[in-house]
Design a protein around this ligand. Structure first.
Ligand SMILES: [Zn+2]
Length: 201
């Protein structure tokens, strides 16, 4: 890459760290931003700073929140007898958009993928176990993980480890395209998969 002034190369380096963005795309973004009014750049910069300063991780379900506990954990109207285990916070908004689910969540922080360093210790499985242990009110655990190879591996792992706790364990019904992630599921398919969830024995 031709040598650009430092503020440009710094931002290119920052954008290049985003998923799916290479140096060329990063440079395109930077040139686009250079054409924008300064006020817009300041708004964007402030939004980034706020992200770091104002967003916390909910200590109960591990989603992102601006409060101490997230809105869902704090909501007394949610059904506290059902716990839906998801990979990432983004899956919560996907499931919420179906309007079908009213229970609580637990964000695992990924799925098992030993090659990429996602070992059981890298997931929030221990926290899940501790939560179930301290909250006997949770009667059903829905393993709402993506139907990918890694997702399946994680479902089997969790099932084996959670079974001794004596709760009902269910998984999403087939109906989601195999190999796809929850992120890209449409609301109707995901709603069907939730309502047709299967008990794991
Ligand atoms: Zn929460």
């Amino acid at each position: 890459m031709r040598r650009f002034p430092e503020p440009i190369t710094n931002l290119v380096a920052a954008f290049s760290r985003l998923p799916g963005v290479g140096p060329k795309t990063a440079l395109r973004y930077v040139f686009y931003l250079l054409k924008q009014p300064k006020a817009d750049l300041e708004i964007m910069a402030r939004a980034l700073v706020n992200l770091g300063e104002r967003i916390n991780v909910c200590p109960r379900c591990f989603t992102y929140t601006q409060r101490e506990l997230c809105e869902i954990c704090e909501d007394p109207k949610r059904d506290a007898s059902v716990l839906c285990v998801v990979e990432e916070p983004r899956d919560i908004s996907t499931i919420e958009s179906t309007g079908f689910y009213h229970g609580l969540y637990h964000v695992l922080g990924g799925v098992l993928n030993p090659i990429e360093g996602m070992t059981p210790d890298a997931l929030r499985g221990k926290e899940l176990y501790a939560r179930l242990h301290s909250d006997p009110g949770i009667q059903e655990i829905i393993l709402a993980l993506s139907p990918t190879v890694q997702g399946e591996m994680t479902i089997l792992y969790l099932h084996k480890n959670l079974l001794p706790l004596g709760r009902q364990i269910t998984r999403l019904a087939r109906g989601l395209p195999v190999g796809s992630t929850l992120e890209f599921a449409d609301e109707i398919s995901l709603g069907d998969a939730l309502s047709g969830r299967k008990k794991m024995s």
